[in-house]
Design a binder for this molecule. Sequence first.
Ligand SMILES: [Fe+2]
Ligand SMILES: [Fe+2]
Ligand SMILES: [Fe+2]
Ligand SMILES: [Fe+2]
Length: 436
Amino acid sequence: MTFNALKEKGMPLEKQIKSWHDIVKRPYKRMDVDCYTRTRQILMNGIETEAWGFKHCFARKCEDNELKSILAKIRRIEDMQQTTVNWLSPVNQTVLDTTLGYEQVAIDLTAWLAQNEPDEYVKETFDFGLLEDFDHLYRYSQWAYLYEGTNPDDILQGMTDVVIGRPTQNHHNDNVIRLRKHYDKNTASAQTKVNILTLVSGEQQTHNYYAEHGFMYGNDDLKKTYAEICDVEEEHVTMYESLIDPSETALEKWLIHEFTEVCNYYNCYTDEVDKRLKLIWEELLSMEIEHLHIAADLIKKHEKRDPEEIIGTEIVLPCHFESQKEYVTNILENEVGKRLDENMDYTTIDKLKDDWASYDVQEAVADKGAPSEKAVQLSIATLGRDIVCADKKLVKKQSGLLEKGLERKAQAPNTVSVADYERMDNVEIYDFEEEI
Ligand SMILES: [Fe+2]
Ligand SMILES: [Fe+2]
Ligand SMILES: [Fe+2]
Ligand SMILES: [Fe+2]
């Protein structure tokens, strides 16, 4: 693979302003779309939102009028691109359907990034976050069935497992201990920089989606589940963004943003199975190549630096989607009991001190019960057990996973216990395909 984006030709900026007719495209079909076409679309919406938001933050601190003008011009394009991408969602895809798609992105993207991450500490952080989004998918899947009668596999298409992960009630941490050590901009690879920014963008979008849609359901417990998981996504943004070297200059960050957009669209374009969307990714890629050239010229002019020293000479692949069941199961079985320690590192439940910083937060938020536990309680009340979509062998391991993954202290009063999961083993798994 040889693709040096700095040497490719992009679409001139003046041609990037499109008509509304071209900006708003026909949505994909809820049931026909390949699940990984949907995950690409969800992720690229997050990438565009970050590209737009970053340029606003930069402009607010920028005194140079030339830079401000270029930021304003490109920012409008980012915004139009965001509309194009996000509005590919069909109107009959419910908020819960889309939510399952968001968590599928988080799981399968993070697993891919972890396996393609050269920095061991960054990889460990990806693996840590992975098990939390994995549990979110399990909790939301209960609601997809309870509230809308949806088979989670209508959305996930059998590519991502639905079973318990690190229990969501244990994801609420003191936000200070979420902070991680950052990479060194002088030694980190372009792959590390792009991997992290890709994940930050995805997690931030997930947070925003829950924050802006959770209230759209009238059911109190469902609404509170969105509030609970939305707060965890805030922690995820805090965690992943803290991996970025804060001493990168604003122009350097701009360059990395455009490069991240180029890499992600390139990856979408090469992987896409839907012919129409492939053309859309191709066009957006050519627009981003031009943005990258502009950012590269500015860093040469203002900082006398060679952009290749920052982003290298090769494209990186930050968003290849494929089933990651085997990888995720392995992390689940080995790292479900992992926790954040107070020295920006990791520990395990058995080593937590009684005054561990996160206990106070966990006690406060789960004081009247955890909505994420209520979701499973409600499935048990309706079906005698939880909704799961996975190989029976993995489903049988749920009580053991909970035994290893649940903290003994600061538990929500409505926690579904290990004994409850053992009892569920004797109840038939709900079969969505069964003919009545
Ligand atoms: Fe963009
Ligand atoms: Fe999540
Ligand atoms: Fe997340
Ligand atoms: Fe861009």
